[in-house]
Design a protein around this ligand. Structure first.
Ligand code: UD1
Ligand code: UDP
Length: 371
């Protein structure tokens, strides 16, 4: 029997974390699938650490990352460098993930090669063109190209219907990030003693990287952290800093060398999951962290104006606080000092999946017809 050829393309840390379970699931059926992995390496070190953790060896590595790269170079490199691969491999389907520029450009490239595309984590929306930028338009664009829409939640299914995508092409699967998180939490508990945490203090975990937070917003976030540290002698802040120079330079210049603030390199996924579990509160502008933390019962304050992940906000475990310094301080300070408010937000809920999203996606791929 002819195998179904699935070519998976991804390039950044979150895509790798969320596509790894799908690749691992495909590998369980070598008689049915030929699985080919192409990484664009829009990220380099942060991608490689996930590939190593999940033992994924790409068939193609486009190695496109440049220091302080821009959207134009990422888009054109992905588009041009995937052309020959898509044409030569001629897979039955190309899989892309989410809303990065890798995903948008790879979907376009596959469309130009007339290859059907499956979109994992389809249908997320803020309906605000510039928030997040450029991700909102990247995902709208990818959704308009794709034939298979693997939507994580009911909300994302509804968003796709609003975009006039036929229900016959929409599959509610859950989010593969929960598959990845459960696998790591159950199998790869990491030692975080190298971070030098003071175990007598409560830990606040911070991450931020979004383009719309460059400049004033990231300065405000850092100043709110200084204020929190000054007002709460029993806390420490751990902040794995994203390597983007637009973030890193500001964060180190404001928070570097300060007492009870631990700035680190980005953490590998296993220690980062342990850190999330160890923390009492998370401040972040990350998409993935908004999905993971509620399953661990950790309150999240989202350092953004909008979110495409309203489910946990509705459940009350995630709150949008924006990037005003006083607002971030006030909201975090309440959670650190008011047990009732904290308890209300720290219920462990899991609106994003049950750990079986990859299985559902692969079951659907098994139905692809191959001539
Ligand atoms: C990208 C995605 C964003 C996603 C984020 C996850 C786009 C436009 N943006 O944003 O949607 O939320 O990844 O983290 O697709 N860098 C390194 N090493 C790395 C990774 C990045 O040094 O392993 C530095 C480089 O200087 C690079 C810069 O970070 O040029 C920016 O990387 P880029 O992928 O363009 O933007 P992100 O902010 O990471
Ligand atoms: N993450 C990680 N190490 C870190 C920070 C984040 O492994 O130091 C993981 C996190 O658990 C989540 C993913 O990276 O699964 C989110 O990536 P990021 O915030 O870069 O991107 P986004 O989700 O916002 O697109």
């Amino acid at each position: 029997m002819k195998k179904i050829k699935v070519l998976t393309v991804f390039g950044t840390r979150p895509e790798a974390i969320k596509m790894a379970p799908v690749i691992k699931e495909l590998e369980k059926f070598p008689d049915i699938f030929e699985s080919i992995v192409c990484v664009t390496a829009q990220h380099r070190e942060m991608l490689d650490s996930v590939l190593k953790l999940f033992n994924i060896k790409p068939d193609y590595d486009l190695n496109i990352m440049k220091a302080n790269q821009n959207l134009w170079s990422v888009t054109s490199d992905v588009l041009i460098k995937t052309k020959d691969i898509f044409e030569n491999e001629n897979p039955n389907i190309v899989l892309v993930h989410g809303d990065t520029t890798t995903s948008m450009a790879a979907a376009l490239s596959a469309f130009y090669a007339k290859i059907p595309v499956g979109h994992v984590e389809a249908g997320l929306r803020t309906f605000d063109k510039y928030n997040p930028f450029p991700e909102e338009i990247n995902r709208v664009f990818a959704d308009s190209i794709c034939e298979y829409h693997f939507a994580p939640t009911d909300t994302s299914v509804e968003n796709l219907k609003l975009s006039n995508i036929s229900v016959n092409h929409i599959y509610k699967t859950g989010n593969t990030v929960i598959d990845a998180l459960l696998y790591i939490v159950q199998n790869k508990q990491a030692d975080i003693s190298n971070l030098g945490l003071d175990l007598s203090k409560r830990t606040v975990l911070v991450t931020a990287h979004r383009r719309e937070n460059f400049g004033e917003p990231i300065k405000n976030i850092c100043n709110a952290i200084l204020k929190l540290i000054a007002q709460n002698p029993d806390i420490q802040v751990v902040y794995p800093v994203h390597p983007n120079p637009n973030i890193k330079n500001t964060v180190y210049s404001i928070l570097g060398g300060k007492d009870r603030i631990i700035l680190t390199e980005p953490q590998d996924y296993a220690p980062f999951s342990t850190l999330m579990k160890h923390s009492c509160l998370i401040l972040t502008d990350s998409g993935g962290v908004q999905e993971e933390a509620p399953s661990l019962g950790k309150p999240v304050l989202v350092l953004r104006k909008t979110t495409e992940r309203p489910e946990a906000v509705e459940f009350g475990t995630v709150k949008l606080v924006g990037t005003d310094c006083d607002k971030i301080f006030d909201e975090a300070n309440i959670l650190l000092n008011n047990q009732q408010a904290y308890k209300k937000m720290s219920e462990a809920v899991n609106p994003y999946g049950d750990g079986l999203a990859s299985k559902r996606i692969v079951d659907i791929l098994k139905t692809l017809s191959v001539q």
